[in-house]
Ligand binder design. Sequence first.
Ligand code: NAD
Ligand code: WQD
Length: 366
Amino acid sequence: MAVGTVLITGGTGYIGSFTSLALLEHGYDVIIVDSLYNSSEVALDRIELICGKRPAFHKVDLTDGENLDKVFAAHPNIDSVIHFAALKAVGESAEIPLEYYRVNVGGTISLLSSMKKHNVTNIVFSSSATVYGDATRFENMIPIPENCPIGPTNTYGRTKSFVENIIEDFISAQRQNLKKANKPFEQWNGANLRYFNPCGAHPTGIMGEDPQGVPYNLLPLLGKVATGDRPKLLVFGDDYPSRDGTAIRDYIHVVDLAKGHLVALNYLREHKPGVKAWNLGSGRGSTVYEIINAFSKVVGRDLPYEVVPRRQGDVLDLTANPTRANKELNWKTELTMEKACEDLWRWVSNNPKGYRQEPPPELLAD
Ligand code: NAD
Ligand code: WQD
């Protein structure tokens, strides 16, 4: 008998596929809803290859409430939702803001409406450290705790912050209305998980990030430099007041991040806290140069780079204070940034075309 049944939106995407795997490995049944806008069904094959179980899959756009309702109706055992489906490119969000609000905010409203209709009462949401904006504007807020004031500096970040508020308002209303009617209300709960910089791949080398378009994050770009798909990395600024002049981020291995979802969901089911936010990060900041060095080391040669001016909107330091998740969720990162580099390189070097090719047979041996 399954521990529970979870609907995962965006479950064929990067973080969603690792979380689906973690849930299946821990006895949950998983139902994925994804439009495949930025992912492929091959992720389902890889999940099955690793854990021997295949999630149910529905190709549905989250903004299509009618078809979303049909998925909930087809799986009456669903008791919780983990919500990844979103558009996530910061630069693009400034160019097509309405599309970001339609998908990220509108998609969430459609999802919450279906949850209400089908009495599915737990939601874990993919928020982002980007909701904090520039935390260095305050004294003593680095590393960043959850009570650091929210202040996103871009459209994408604002969609995440709005959705956090929408979930808080919705769960609070559900609880209040049921309480007034003298009905059990405590089953309505939410987790806003603020991830820092997810990276890495599965240690087997058969599952990793495979976006449909051009990557823009540091480590996937370094992967492209290492495979020769890009001539060099552009380092966005070496004039920050950091130990080597480059900006600091908290890189978190995607396998640790996936476990964070599992423990947050378990916490909601057990403790019924209402809505809470948790930072998911390691607490360790790395500079851009430290990442280049760590990745060069696993590749076995120096990777070319050139320093260019700062990227607009970038901040000096986004390092998590993960104490709340450490204490309440009994969760902390176990895998280092160096391990993420190693696993990323195994994934990239063995699968230069991502999911558009079969992995080398030696990786499938066990
Ligand atoms: P991803 O693009 O790999 O995954 C998102 C998935 O959502 C994709 O499979 C995509 O096809 C799907 N999707 C998009 N629009 C949809 C729609 N309208 N209906 C149904 N499915 C749709 O991205 P990811 O890196 O795995 O990110 C997952 C979540 O985590 C996102 O909400 C993202 O904003 C958030 N997040 C990501 C990072 C990061 O650096 N990767 C950091 C913080 C937060
Ligand atoms: C990391 C560092 C860059 C590329 C973004 C989103 C955030 C979250 C994670 C979704 C920065 C530097 C990068 C390059 C570089 N996503 N860099 N050259 O900007 O910290 O966070 O992804 O929620 O919301 O904003 O990640 O990987 O783009 O950059 O020098 O070609 O690497 O300046 O210091 P970022 P990133």
